[in-house]
Design a protein around this ligand. Structure first.
Ligand code: DC
Length: 547
């Protein structure tokens, strides 16, 4: 049964210049303690509508925290308060109240007692809200209000940073996401706009811009918590996604040892989860099939390569991908020792990402795929020469394993368009910017394509170095040399777009961007492998790898 309607019990009515609205009684709910669910995700991922529907079905309260940021933004636009005027911005918080709708969900927002729920969803607020919500002082001012709302339990709290910052101890963390193209289409439908008309394209551009702002801000950036379950909803019907969320919450409730002791429940949940990689599920996740909620997924039969424009881009890892990664780790470990270094958890778990590595050996894609697949929990997309798809077993694995065929006779433009589409639809792309294996293990000059792609899509780049793979399996050798060690070193994600030296459109700017990007890879490599980009690494410290 749904809870009786309740208001935002945290509204600082005492400091508010107006009395609370009758629609928003200030009494705290008298519900028994229940689960606290964090539901995060990017704009238009469906958090609010899916969360509200799931809450209704489960008899939970629901709170859309985005409304708080939207209401402050709306007020700032009306009062002409710039986001740089931090004090004035923070003072607006006391004028904002959340109120319950007819179903008892905190899905309405009142400013000075006036219901502005419709207004805060208008395009002018869409355009300004990301900049306002970057202000750390504002986020801090809203933090306690959100926590107090969740304190009585039995609530789904939707936002961007609920699982990571607001409620890091939530009983269940879900991260709802979909490709930017799919989200833009949904938003266009909501607004009865044709996605292919200029208004529809403006929605797509705005969502992209907001994704970028939300996930790159210094304070509480948009990202799934390490222990979040990521739900990819591309191609799902609304009711399918609601069911995924409801099932996940029911499962969390069922596995709770005792209804009265949330802390015991949290502990046991952490224990069950094991390592901190987020789980990934979609409507077609085989894990869900195993629980009987969906029919089992049948592996796709080998098909002729479809034209690129129609190649569907999947986000989740299939059982085949996970199995191949596992088998590749097993085989590689039998031949050599692999060390993974750097902060793998800093690689974004949602949205567009470019992994860019040096290429000195056939071992590079094997080591990268085998070691990163289990850690990332999301599919790595690769570009592969078309001929690969004709080889018997390899071809089948490539077709089903995230490799996209590129015709090298017409390669560059086609590969560029495909790579752009992969990123624009919010996926993770692995690229070797040198294009081909280095003959001597040192970095070769790279083309400017990847830098252009990164600048055009705004995708963050994660530089990666595969150290000494050329010593284990040099170019020209049929089989690897057993023994030794390969180090897979992950660098810090960065955006070329944030670098003033790489702005501009000319050839020089593109060249500077490529140097910048290759310099980041070079800095992770030992001096002997820095090759053409040695000069990009300022005072190269002597590296242990040189030994
Ligand atoms: O989910 P939404 O589009 O209504 O959110 C509006 C904005 O508020 C969004 O650009 C990011 C911000 N927001 C946030 O920073 N943290 C939250 N917990 C919720 C929303």
């Amino acid at each position: 049964m749904p809870e009786p309607p309740i208001a935002d019990p945290t509204t600082p009515a005492a400091h508010s210049p107006v009395a609370p609205s009758p629609a928003a009684p200030e009494a705290a709910p008298t519900t028994p303690a229940g689960l606290v669910i964090a539901l995060d995700g990017p704009g238009s991922s469906g958090k609010s509508s899916v969360g509200a529907a799931a809450a209704l079905e489960l008899g939970y309260r629901f709170c859309d925290t985005g409304l708080l940021y939207r209401a402050v933004t709306w007020l700032s636009l009306h009062r002409d308060v710039a986001e740089t005027d931090v004090e004035a911005l923070v003072s607006l918080v006391s004028e904002v109240e959340l109120a319950a709708d007819a179903e008892g969900r905190l899905a309405r927002v009142l400013v000075d007692g006036r219901d502005v729920t419709e207004e805060v969803r208008a395009p002018d607020v869409d355009a300004a809200v990301s900049a306002v919500s970057r202000v750390p002082e504002l986020r801090a001012a809203l933090l306690d209000r959100q926590r107090l709302l969740a304190a009585p339990g039995r609530i789904i709290v939707a936002g961007r940073d609920i699982g990571t910052v607001v409620l890091p101890d939530a009983d269940l963390k879900l991260f709802l996401t979909a490709s930017v193209a799919e989200r833009a289409r949904r938003r266009a439908e909501e607004r009865r706009v044709n996605p292919d008309r200029p208004e529809g394209r403006a929605i797509l551009a705005d969502l992209r811009r907001r994704d970028q702002l939300d996930s790159s801000r210094a304070v509480a950036p948009l990202r799934p918590a390490d222990d979040a379950r990521v739900l990819l909803t591309d191609g799902n019907r609304f009711d399918e996604t609601v069911k995924l969320v409801v099932d996940a919450i029911r499962k969390a409730e069922a596995s709770r040892p005792s209804a009265g002791d949330p802390r015991t429940a949290r502990k046991s949940r952490r224990k069950r989860r094991g390592p901190q990689a987020p789980e990934v599920a979609s409507a077609s996740d085989p894990a869900d099939s195993a629980e009987g909620s969906r029919p089992p997924r049948v592996p796709a039969p080998a098909e002729p390569v479809t034209p690129l424009a129609h190649t569907p881009i999947e986000s989740h890892q299939t059982l085949l991908i996970r199995f191949v990664a596992w088998a590749a780790r097993l085989i590689t470990r039998a031949v050599t020792h692999v060390t993974l270094e750097g902060d793998v958890d800093a690689i974004p778990r949602a949205g567009p990402v470019i992994l860019a590595a040096n290429h000195a050996s056939n071992a590079d894609p094997v080591v990268i795929g085998a070691w990163l697949t289990p850690r990332l929990g999301r599919r790595i997309h690769w570009l592969g020469k078309k001929e690969l798809f004709d080889w018997p077993v390899i071809g089948w694995m490539a077709r089903n394993g995230g490799v996209h065929p590129v015709d090298r006779s017409r390669a560059d433009l086609e590969a560029f368009r495909l790579a752009q589409r992969i990123l624009e639809e919010g996926h993770l792309l692995m690229v070797f910017p040198e294009g081909t294996r280095s003959p001597d293990g040192a970095l070769q000059p790279a083309r400017d394509g990847l830098a252009m792609l990164a600048l055009r899509t705004g995708a963050p780049i994660v530089p990666i170095a595969v150290v000494d793979s050329d010593r284990r399996w040099p170019r020209g050798r049929l089989l690897p040399r057993p023994g030794g060690r390969i180090t897979l070193r992950i660098g810090e994600p960065f955006r070329l777009a944030d670098d003033p030296a790489t702005s501009g459109r000319g050839r020089a700017a593109k060249g500077a961007a490529t140097d910048r990007l290759m310099g980041r890879i070079a800095a992770l490599l030992p001096p002997r492998q820095r090759g053409a980009y040695a000069a990009q690494v300022p005072e190269a410290p002597a590296s242990a790898d040189e030994a």
